[in-house]
Design a protein around this ligand. Structure first.
Ligand SMILES: Nc1nc2c(ncn2[C@@H]2O[C@H](COP(=O)(O)OP(=O)(O)O)[C@@H](O)[C@H]2O)c(=O)[nH]1
Ligand SMILES: [Mg+2]
Length: 266
């Protein structure tokens, strides 16, 4: 049994409905010690970025990164042989059986992370043809949204909005844990901060706890290059907050932008 990454497949949803796969069995041997025909091998198609783990040990058997990558997970058995004058019939060997866990990590160039309502969906819909739901209540976006962004000429970057990061996300609170896994497979991150200070929020505190959250989840995440983008600069209170934020952050580059008006997006 072979697992193969296929560019035409984007999700593991199909496996919710079907979880057992069995290759064709070979045919029986026949008289004169003839071999039976081998069963046809089974190829299970999965999206690129799928990790295959042994269900019993939890060990990663293989990561299928790009389309065309494949791995043999269970080998087929051997057919038996039929009897003849000199040989008794011999039995075949059954094929291997293996229980695996499939896990999909998205692969994107840039992951947009931030608190609910920071404006992640608005930003990705402004720069790509992705059309996630946008609303002024948190957790509108429940699955990671991918958007392809034209940079210049033929150059393209894939952005991913990774929803629902809140304090305690690394413990699995809210939807955070599930989605943090996707961030691991991005090359860089945009930390998107709501700079309006709406409802008495402190944007710098948001930034600090966002970082804390990421580092508690995985130290590797902290090594990823990231840029800071302060969103909603069109709102009156933003100016003062930007000043304060820059004072705290000292030295690090900070982009000031408005996903709503388009200011600073480039
Ligand atoms: N004034 C203003 N509102 C924004 C801006 N970006 C997003 N919003 C609003 O903030 C709310 C949350 O936006 P959304 O993109 O869904 O945030 P997400 O939860 O981070 O994906 C929506 O009501 C947006 O219209 C911005 O630059 N300026
Ligand atoms: Mg969203």
């Amino acid at each position: 049994m072979v697992y193969a990454a296929d560019d035409n497949i984007q999700t593991l949803l199909d496996f919710q409905y079907r979880q057992h796969f069995e290759a064709d069995s070979g045919t029986h041997g026949s008289s004169n010690h003839k071999k039976g025909r081998y069963g046809k091998g089974l190829v299970i198609k999965v999206p690129p970025g799928t990790i295959i783990k042994d269900a019993h040990t939890g060990l990663v058997l293989r990561e299928l990164i790009k389309g065309g990558d494949s791995v043999v997970i269970a080998r087929g058995g051997f057919g038996g042989r039929g009897n003849s004058k000199n040989h008794p019939a011999t039995g075949g060997m059954p094929g291997e059986e293996k229980k695996v866990i499939l896990e999909l990590k998205l692969i994107a160039d840039v992951g947009i992370v931030g608190y609910p309502n920071a404006g992640k969906s608005t930003l990705i819909s402004k720069i790509s043809s992705a059309r996630p739901k946008i609303a002024d209540y948190p957790f509108t976006t429940k699955v990671p949204v991918l958007g392809v962004v034209k940079i210049h000429g033929d150059e393209r970057l894939v952005f991913a909005e990774v929803p629902g990061l809140i304090e305690g996300a690394h413990l699995g609170r809210g939807l955070g844990d599930r989605f943090l896994r996707h961030v691991e497979r991005t090359k860089t991150l945009i930390h998107l901060i709501d700079i309006s200070g709406f409802e008495g929020r402190d944007p710098y505190k948001d930034y600090v706890s966002l970082n804390k959250e990421l580092s508690l989840y995985s130290k590797e995440l902290m090594k990823k290059p990231h840029v800071i983008a302060l969103n909603k600069c069109d709102i009156e209170s933003a100016k003062e907050n930007v000043k304060r934020f820059k004072k705290h952050i000292r030295g690090k580059p900070v982009f000031v932008m408005s996903a709503a008006t388009g200011e600073g997006i480039k």
